[in-house]
Design a protein around this ligand. Structure first.
Ligand SMILES: O=C(O)c1cc(=O)[nH]c(=O)n1[C@@H]1O[C@H](COP(=O)(O)O)[C@@H](O)[C@H]1O
Length: 265
């Protein structure tokens, strides 16, 4: 089954579009997991136990795993999430010349989808796009303050760079496996992109710790009901190092689901 068909099924089954970001910052891990063989996996496993009934997907960001133990923790995390029947989107933001991109695309062996960077153009993304059953989310209008520096620039044809990316991504969607990454901190752009590429599901990060717009995320993020709204720190560190940190994560995931559902209608 294709990534978006499976994601749509999961969204319908649990009535949630929440993506739980698994970004286990080592400096913030609770004491109770620090002595585990793989502390990041021990943490993620307990977060997954506490949140899976609200999680349409998990999104581990590769930055938190790029060392030998980290890769082991990531693989265990993905397998554990799959054991709970939750798809996993690897937030890797990759993009490179074809020969290198083919190696990066092997990252998709274990995950169900990936985030990619369009800066090197269409050929650099082919190794990802050609994996028809995997989801490929193209960075379009990012949530960080500097996202505007390049992405909002106007091109000679009057389009902004992020609009051009959206148009290109729509053209790359030969297998129906392409989505866009659009931050909730840019609600106007989010809404105009929904009108521009109505068929593309969005991954919308930036709610929670970055203070993004939940209403815009819930209304503009979805294409025919399919899309994801991600919170990482706002869920996984909701209880910080308190004794009930897992419970706090579960409560935060449920709260985000309910807030989004109030606007999903
Ligand atoms: O691709 C992403 O997921 C992403 C794109 C973007 O524009 N902004 C953004 O915050 N992200 C990621 O989404 C997550 C947000 O984390 P929190 O701010 O803790 O919710 C991090 O893993 C970011 O790298």
């Amino acid at each position: 089954m294709s990534f978006f068909a499976a994601l749509g099924d999961r969204i319908d089954r649990i009535d949630s579009v929440v993506s739980v970001g698994l970004d286990p910052d080592p400096a913030r891990l609770p004491d109770s997991v620090r002595d585990a063989d793989l502390p990041r996996f021990a943490f993620n496993r307990r977060i997954i136990d506490a949140t899976h009934e609200y999680a349409a997907a998990y999104k581990p960001n590769a930055a938190f795993y790029e060392d030998p133990d980290g890769w082991r923790a990531l693989r265990e995390t993905i397998a554990y999430a799959h054991g709970k029947d939750v798809p996993v989107l690897l937030d890797a933001k990759r993009g490179d010349i074809g020969n290198t991109a083919r190696q990066y695309a092997d990252l998709l062996e274990h995950a169900d989808g990936i985030t990619v960077n369009p800066y090197l153009g269409g050929d650099s993304l082919q190794p990802f796009l050609s994996k028809a059953e995997k989801g490929v989310f193209v960075l379009c209008r990012t949530s960080n303050p500097g996202g505007a520096d390049l992405q909002d620039r106007e091109l000679t044809d009057g389009r902004t760079v992020y609009e051009r990316v959206a148009d290109l991504a729509a053209g790359w969607n030969e297998h129906g496996n392409v989505g866009l990454v659009v931050g909730a901190t840019a609600p106007d752009e989010l809404e105009s992109l929904r009108d521009r590429v109505p068929e593309l599901p969005f991954l919308v990060p930036g709610v929670g710790a970055q203070g993004g717009d939940i209403e815009a995320a819930a209304t503009a993020g979805l294409a025919d009901g399919v899309g994801l709204v991600n919170s990482s720190r706002g869920i996984i560190f909701a209880g910080e190092d308190g004794p009930n940190w897992e419970r706090a994560a579960g409560v935060a995931a449920k709260r985000l689901r309910d807030e989004l559902n109030a606007y999903r209608g």
